[in-house]
Design a protein around this ligand. Structure first.
Ligand code: C5P
Length: 247
């Protein structure tokens, strides 16, 4: 299928504490966005890459312009849109800017700047084999529990109370790139507009919206290298990976 990549890079990066958008934060001396762009181009999976950037950030726009010149005519079409206030808004803006004739789309977090090519390939292969939605996922190492905030007397004991434990062997930590049949993802984002504010704020990935439609979402093996660079510790790990990838 004719495939595009949506690269969402419009996050604030507050949790990294650099005082700049996450996409501009240096990793191995170069902005995170540049690593992410190189990764997507190297994977060779899209004829168009549409990047959602923080509105009004001229430096990141310039970075994309420079990268476009570097690619010259050989590379995919690079387009830029202003991101929104949530990740889902940023994805929706980018989807609206895809070229006519696009059949499939991979939605990728720029924060997963070191996602290996083979993960892109697994997602694309699954789409080619007929999946309408496919996500890369890895087993969870921690035991995961649900909790609620305690109130009244209970809150003197501890701030939270455990309400349940999910069976670990059934749990997966989900990454990007997530691949979709484009009309299915458009329908999912359209349906999301009917969600209440609180429900919409709880949308953390695109596959969730497709699941709400009742469309099957398939999972392929992701990679620990696809970590989402979110905290200062993640940046240290990513610097280490750059020096000597785990493979
Ligand atoms: O904030 P979160 O961890 O969900 O961010 C995941 C990805 O979504 C990041 O690459 C970030 O740049 C992007 N994002 C975005 N627009 C937002 C919020 C996050 O493009 N408003």
């Amino acid at each position: 299928p004719i495939t595009a990549v949506v690269l969402v890079a419009a996050g604030s990066g507050e949790r990294l504490g650099y005082g700049m958008p996450k996409a501009a934060v240096p990793l191995g001396g170069e902005p995170l966005l540049l690593h992410a762009l190189r990764g997507v181009v190297a994977a060779g999976v899209g004829s168009q890459i549409c990047i959602a950037l923080p509105a009004g950030h001229d430096g990141l726009r310039q970075l994309v312009d420079d990268f476009r010149l570097e690619l010259a005519d050989a590379g995919p079409l690079l387009t830029v849109v202003d991101g929104g206030s949530t990740r889902a808004d940023s994805v929706r803006s980018a989807l609206a800017a895809l070229e006519d004739g696009t059949e499939a789309v991979l939605v990728h977090d720029a924060a997963r700047a070191l996602a290996p090519e083979y993960v892109f390939e697994r997602v694309v292969d699954s789409l080619a084999a007929g999946a309408l939605a496919v996500i890369p996922a890895v087993p969870v190492v921690d035991t995961v529990k649900t909790v609620v905030a305690t109130t009244g007397e209970d809150s003197k004991v501890a701030p939270e109370l455990v309400t349940g434990t999910a069976p670990r062997e059934e749990l997966r930590a989900v990454q990007t790139p997530q691949g979709f049949h484009l009309p299915t993802l458009l329908r999912a984002h359209q349906a999301a507009q009917a969600l209440g504010e609180k429900e919409f704020a709880a949308v953390t990935d695109d596959a969730m919206l497709v699941e709400m439609l009742g469309v099957p979402v398939h999972a392929v093996r992701g990679s620990t290298q696809s970590l989402k660079i979110t905290t200062p510790l993640d940046l240290i790990i990513a610097e280490g990976l750059l020096e000597g990838p785990l493979g």
